[in-house]
Every structure is written in structure tokens, then in C-alpha cells.
Design a protein around this ligand. Sequence first.
Ligand code: NAP
Length: 293
Amino acid sequence: MSAKIIDGLQVAASMRQEMKAQIDQRRQAGRQIPGLAVVLVGDNPASISYVRGKRKMAAEVGIHSEEHRFPADFTQAQLTLVIATLNQDPAIHGILVQLPLPPHIDESAIINTIDPGKDVDGLHPVNLGRLLRQEEGFLPCTPFGVQQLLVRSQIPVAGRHVVVVGRSSLVGRPLANMLLQKREGANATVTVCHTGTQDLGYFTRQAEILVVAAGRAAAITADMVQAGAVVIDVGVNRVEDATRKQGYRLVGDVDFSAVKEKASAITPVPGGVGPMTITMLLHNTLWAAQRPD
Ligand SMILES: NC(=O)c1ccc[n+]([C@@H]2O[C@H](COP(=O)([O-])OP(=O)(O)OC[C@H]3O[C@@H](n4cnc5c(N)ncnc54)[C@H](OP(=O)(O)O)[C@@H]3O)[C@@H](O)[C@H]2O)c1
């Protein structure tokens, strides 16, 4: 039997509708509109397109957004100054620095300069530390999106064995930490796999929920998945496709057509985790504006 397709576009759209209603209410009550500053250095086409997408969706829900765009030779000192100014700006509740930054800029050092109370990407060490300690803080958008996708698709996580493939600071590691917390939408038994894992399939076959964030097309084939498992594919990879105008198409890390015949539920790529990521950024920005100082 073919798996249920988990529709990230639809879940994300319904979350944004809820946010829009909350922001409309704020406006009607004469309260401040949430503000998001997006900082972009250089002219990486993918980054430009991500920033455009984020600002478009921010506008859709009624979040005020500003783009602060600088040339590729902008210095680390100049960028630090920009962030210091945004940290002080009362109209801005969230600051997002679009990654990657040009190689002459130390990304970690820049993230460290963002006020943790405006770190809507959830990548500041204070917020990652809060996550480890199970304290309230901003959660990184992609893992937060994965968790919300599970919760809103009524897929129970508590007590189940989740296997996460990938241990990046952006996705795998925070996700593993989120899902093992003793709270609602979590409380799972979590295994994390990476390139040092011997016999990846041995572990992935034990997953009741398999989350793959490896960045390798077809890293997960049908023989690596337990019948009836839930499969969440975070990966986004370009593969050549002469039938497409751009010459490529986007695929995940999972061999979708074969695995969907074995899994009970699966996310497509595109249209799965991707739409959730931007939506969680907006969610974090709204939350930043709602928090008492
Ligand atoms: N949809 C979205 O919104 C969204 C957001 C963020 C990322 N992504 C996508 O998600 C994927 C992962 O992103 P990332 O930033 O986490 O990537 P990353 O920093 O390259 O990390 C990849 C992780 O996967 C592990 N890995 C790679 N190949 C593996 C293999 N064959 N077997 C087992 N483990 C393997 C690596 O292990 P080592 O640590 O041992 O190197 C690493 O921990 C990418 O395709 C990215 O484009 C999507």
C-alpha cells in the first residue's frame, strides 16, 4: 500500500493563516506589528531567492520585513555594526542573517553578535544552550518545522524510536535534542547517524520515524526502511534533468518512489519540510514580538 503523503505546503499554509489572524488582532488592538530584518551579504542567487521567499511570506501574514543587503566585500566589522544597530531597533523583533556568508566573514562570530532575544533562526549559542537545557528559547526553524509537521499530521512521537540521519548544527543535532525532550510532541528514543556510522541501514531499519538530513540524493533506499515507518525527508539536492527548463530538478535524500511503497507516511521534496522552514521563521518572529521584555 502506498504511503500517506505528508503535505508540508498545506500544513505550513494553515499555520500562516493562524498567524495572520493573530497579527490582525494585534493590529486591531493597536499593538505593535512584528518586525523582521533580513541581512544579506553578496549576490548568491540561491540566497537572494530564499530572502525573497521569506519576505513575501512575511508580508502575507502581516509581518513588517526589511532587507539589509550589502556587497560581497562587506567586512565583518561593518556587518557587526549593522547587527548592533538592529539589536537596538525597537521596530525589529527578529534578525535573520542569510547563510552562507562570504568566506572572509566568520559566520559563528556574526551569529554570536545577534541579541539572543531577536535570534529568530535559533542559531545563537544561548538559544541552542536553552534547547539542551530544555528551557524556553528560539528553536532552529528546520528542526522546529519537522516537529510541527509530525505534530500537526497527528503522528505520535512519544515513546517511538526516531532515527535521525545527519548531525549538523542546523538540522540533525537540534532535531535530535528536540525530539528527546520530556514534553509534548517529543519524548522519543532518538538515534543519530552520520558518516561515521557503520552499516547505516542496520540503524535506519529500526526507525519507526526516520528523519533524513544528509544532503545526498538517494542516501536512503527502500531496503533501508522498515515497513510502515514514517519518513521525513529534509534533504534538498539538485539532480540533472534535461526535460526541465533549468536543466535540473530538486529531490530529497530518500528514494521517494520506492520508499513510498513501504512507508506508512512520507514527505515529498519539494512540498514537505521546505515550506515549514520559512513558516517557523515567521512563527519565531511573531513569538519574539509577543514576549514580554
Ligand atoms: N528543506 C529545508 O528547509 C532545509 C533546511 C536546511 C537544510 N536542508 C537540506 O537538508 C540537507 C542537510 O542539510 P545540513 O545543513 O544538515 O547538511 P550538512 O551540514 O552537510 O550535514 C549533513 C549531515 O549528514 C551526514 N551525512 C552525509 N552523508 C551521509 C551518509 N551517506 N550517511 C550518513 N550520514 C551522512 C553528515 O555526517 P558528518 O557529520 O559525519 O559529515 C552530516 O552530519 C541538505 O540537503 C540541505 O539542503 C533543507
